[in-house]
Design a protein. Structure first.
Length: 252
């Protein structure tokens, strides 16, 4: 898998959430998101309870509020949701002096609530699980090995390519180059092409080095540790409580 390196999303800690095996947490988050998506949009109180459940998990993991600020990653979904009341056809109503679609309002609420809860659960997972552990968890959950390898290389060499791009930017600035308009796009396009070629060549060298060391298309299983029933039960608490809320949302 390669050496693990802490991502800026990860917060080192020793909480009960941190100590859970990664495959347990991955399964719990996946099931939680499925339950949230299955909840009827009209049950607004259910989404409030989901938020309280996530807040309880974040508190148990001792995650500071600033880490939850990473929810800004869902801005594109927010922008899409804000447009829905104006573009979705149907019965019209007035909000703040604007004529908006009732089905569009429900659709916007549905997207916003479910996307926010899903992203929040993912942020909590990333804050309590190292990237290397996430890959090991995917491996334990029997994700196709090729996908795990692709994710592993992407994480490892994404930083390498970012450093290469940073060095190229420094080299351009040291020669007096500043991108200030369309006439400079040619230089930026040339730099992007050079970065692609360097990355491709680096990938070939890495693959050749791996083959020379016995690589046959699959990576060895690094971690065979299995979770205990207690750990599975602890991880299942979040989706189980969410499922109870979802069932109430459908019956009430």
């Amino acid at each position: 898998m390669g050496a693990g390196h802490a991502h800026k999303l990860y917060r080192h800690g020793h909480s009960p959430v941190h100590r859970l095996p990664p495959h347990c947490k991955l399964a719990a988050v996946f099931c939680f998101v499925l339950v949230v998506v299955s909840t009827p949009r009209e049950a607004m109180w259910a989404f409030a309870l989901y938020a309280l459940l996530l807040a309880a998990v974040a508190g148990l993991a001792r995650i500071p509020a600033r880490f939850l600020g990473r929810l800004v990653i869902e801005v594109p979904f927010v922008a899409f949701a804000l447009l829905m009341p104006f573009v979705v056809p149907g019965e019209q109503t007035e909000v703040l002096g604007l004529s908006v679609s009732v089905p569009g309002l429900w659709g916007a609420w549905n997207v916003l609530a479910k996307a926010t809860l899903g992203v929040a659960a993912s942020v909590i997972l990333a804050s309590t699980t190292e990237l290397r552990s996430v890959l090991l968890g995917l491996q334990r959950l029997r994700l196709p090995p090729l996908l795990v390898q692709i994710a592993s290389f992407m994480i490892r060499y994404g930083d390498v390519i970012a450093d290469e791009m940073r060095r190229m930017s420094i080299a351009r600035r040291s020669r007096g180059f500043e991108a200030r308009g369309v006439r400079h796009w040619r230089v930026l396009a040339t730099s992007a092409g050079a970065l692609f070629i360097r990355s491709y060549e680096r990938g070939e060298r890495v693959h050749l080095a791996m083959v020379s060391r016995g690589y046959t298309g699959s990576m060895p299983v690094i971690d065979e540790a299995s979770a205990t029933r207690t750990q599975w039960a602890a991880a299942a608490a979040l989706p189980a409580l969410a499922l109870a809320v979802c069932l109430l949302g459908w019956t009430l």
